[in-house]
Design a protein around this ligand. Structure first.
Ligand SMILES: Cc1cc2nc3c(=O)[nH]c(=O)nc-3n(C[C@H](O)[C@H](O)[C@H](O)COP(=O)(O)O)c2cc1C
Length: 342
């Protein structure tokens, strides 16, 4: 039994988004309207092995984000075995395997959604990850994994700096994937994944070639749940793609008989999608100020300018959005929002 089974259904969670769902975004989201589950941005397993100091930043998290799931991508099973240990060592609630990313660099390297066409490698990756999670539970250490001393130190330093406690039990494995690369393969792909008994499979109802927009094949997501039922698997099935808010997610879950949904792009500048509250102009400005402060506190080494896109998303739908945007592009600290945003 894992935390997944204890969650109230339907589960309405925040989808992972690289370059967006960092600790500041997730912390604000959890404060304003808490999703039932939250995912980190993805981290490359090769990076965890060769240079954790450089790639660990997306794994900074705060307690209010729990349950928080670390997402990994890559294609080397040995590095997934190590990644599973590190994710457990950093105390996450679960580990998610990315089998759906369409980014060109990821696809070219044979990871993300490209793996949909390589089931024999996926089987090795899943087995290595599951072994890493259960081996860590039996022997909660990371000093026997072959990491260079400086890389091991980087992981210890990270754990200490953010006061993270190792997990005391084997973390559940979830998988996020698509319905195919250039043609729909749900009927073969989902039973294959189910045969490895992951706790949860999230299905983004688009093909790799569709990227992150366009129609979503909810009938394929529904089929995945039917395949799960036919095979009597315990795996939860979540749908994903184009869901606008919590109440729509609840409706889609009921209609397609799935266990929940993940919401991605609808949450940009709009954390209220998880509460169905209609934000006022005042709510939006106040939340922008909060976002700026949380960013400075938890991501002090990051460039403040990277926040501007978030502020611009918050202004969407406001009558004076244009005027606000002109100010936003000059902001360089939370003080600017305190004194110049009204
Ligand atoms: C900018 C961006 C970055 C993304 N990064 C990831 C990622 O790191 N891992 C992942 O599994 N999916 C990633 N996705 C896909 C989303 O999790 C989600 O599947 C997709 O946006 C569809 O959901 P939506 O229509 O609700 O946005 C990303 C999507 C976007 C737009």
């Amino acid at each position: 039994m894992s935390f997944w089974q204890d969650l109230k259904k339907p589960i309405i969670g925040l989808a992972p988004m690289d370059g967006i769902t960092n600790v500041a975004f997730r912390h604000v989201q959890a404060k304003i309207a808490k999703p039932d589950i939250i995912f980190t941005e993805f981290v490359h397993t090769d990076g965890l092995f060769f240079n954790p100091a450089r790639v660990l930043r997306p794994f900074v998290y705060t307690p209010i984000e729990r349950p928080i799931i670390a997402q990994l991508y890559g294609k080397n099973p040995d590095h997934f075995y190590i990644g599973a240990h590190l994710v457990s060592f950093l105390g996450f609630s679960g580990l998610d395997l990315n089998l759906g990313c369409p980014a060109k660099t990821v696809i070219r390297s044979g990871g993300g959604a490209a793996l949909i066409e390589n089931p024999s490698l996926v089987a090795k990756i899943i087995k290595a990850t599951q072994a890493g999670l259960s081996d860590f539970a039996k022997n909660p250490k990371i000093d026997h994994l072959g990491l260079k001393a400086k890389n091991l130190d980087a992981v210890y330093d990270f754990q200490k700096k953010y006061r993270l406690k190792p997990s005391s039990q084997a973390l559940p494995l979830s998988i996020k994937t698509r319905i195919g690369t250039d043609k729909v393969v749900t009927k073969e792909w989902i039973p294959f994944l189910l045969s490895h008994d992951p706790s949860t499979i999230t299905i983004h109802g688009r093909l790799l070639k569709d990227g992150h927009s366009g129609p979503v094949a909810w009938d394929e997501i529904k089929l995945a749940a039917e395949l799960r039922d036919r095979g009597s698997h315990q795996t939860l099935i979540l749908g994903n793609g184009g869901v606008k808010n919590r109440s729509e997610g609840e409706k889609m879950s009921k209609k397609h008989r799935i266990d929940g949904v993940l919401i991605g792009q609808a949450a940009l500048g709009n954390p209220w999608v998880f509460s169905d509250h209609s934000p006022t102009r005042g709510d939006k400005l106040e939340t922008m100020r909060l976002h700026a402060k949380v960013f400075e506190k938890h991501m002090p080494e990051s460039n403040f300018e990277s926040l501007r896109k978030h502020f611009i998303w918050y202004t969407k739908g406001l009558k004076d959005a244009r005027a606000l945007r002109q100010k936003i592009i000059t902001f360089t600290s939370s003080g600017d929002l305190d004194y110049r945003l009204s």
